[in-house]
Design a protein around this ligand. Sequence first.
Ligand code: NDP
Length: 315
Amino acid sequence: MNTDIEKIEVLIIGSGPAGYTAAIYAARADLKPVVIQGLQPGGQLTTTTDVDNFPGYPNGITGPEMMEDLKKQAERFGTDTRWGMVTKVDLSQRPFKVEIDENKNVLAETIIIATGASAKWLGIEDEKRLNGYGVSACATCDGFFYKGKDVVVVGAGDTAAEEATYLAKMCNNVTMLVRRDEMRASKAMQHRVFNTPNLKVLFNHETKSINGEPGPIGVESVTAYNNQTGEETIVPCSGFFVAIGHTPNSQLFKGQLEMDENGYLLIEAGTTKTGVDGVFAAGDISDHVYRQAVTSAGTGCMAALDAERFLAEQE
Ligand code: NDP
């Protein structure tokens, strides 16, 4: 039996903009990074259509194409990109023992965690059917496409309030569907919502169906219902934004790394250092505020530089 265990200098978990940018920097520093792509290779951007706000693409680019470009760029410098899921990590001593696909162990001198966050969805069939055709979970990414049109936002937390007020600046009318008789968002955000003239809040309302067709037609309206009276309302709209929160993909690190109450990894301010020496976090896994491809790429770069310096100090 071969008992040799593979040793990796920089193991990057996750393949979104943070993971691949970390890989580009680490590979150019000759650290031979290995990227374990995870369940959704390319990350959240692979589920969006056009990306118009990433610097360097004057004509925009689709999310999947951009991620393919980032992957190729990382591989050009020798990044080893692998299919698979990290199924267990032991951060109690270095090198860190990492299990992949429940059947392979590797030892990593440093780990860059770029596992991201996943948008929560309502779980209704229409969301999948019309995803990319009017259904979105990111107003900052997709709001621009609904300039001058009517949109619906579901949710009642700070994210929903922020997205609804952001959309109200460019859209004709914004309707928020709030499932209870009050909002969870901070009072300051609620004031903003209530003081926005083209933003209407329907309390005690939930989504029954999103109506429209995938393709050029897209979303045409939403059927909402009052959960107190059962009364249905059809809200005409071209965009349907789900803003009911994100789940950071940090389950793997529970009990080993410090997290906030929502599961986002805590890092030392101004760095990507977690509480464990040699373990760094980049992208949405440690950022519930900005959540942009470009900010993720930025922290991915920081994580690779932090890992490089850490390794140099060990020599
Ligand atoms: P939250 O968990 O705070 O809110 C989620 C909202 O979605 C709740 O109002 C919830 O309703 C609603 N919801 C959940 N499931 C459903 C469903 N199936 N149907 C309809 N509505 C649903 O998530 P956020 O993303 O808003 O915020 C996460 C964290 O990030 C918070 O701590 C927030 O303060 C913070 N944040 C801060 C910002 C800032 O400071 N600028 C900006 C954005 C977020 P209900 O209330 O009934 O449970």
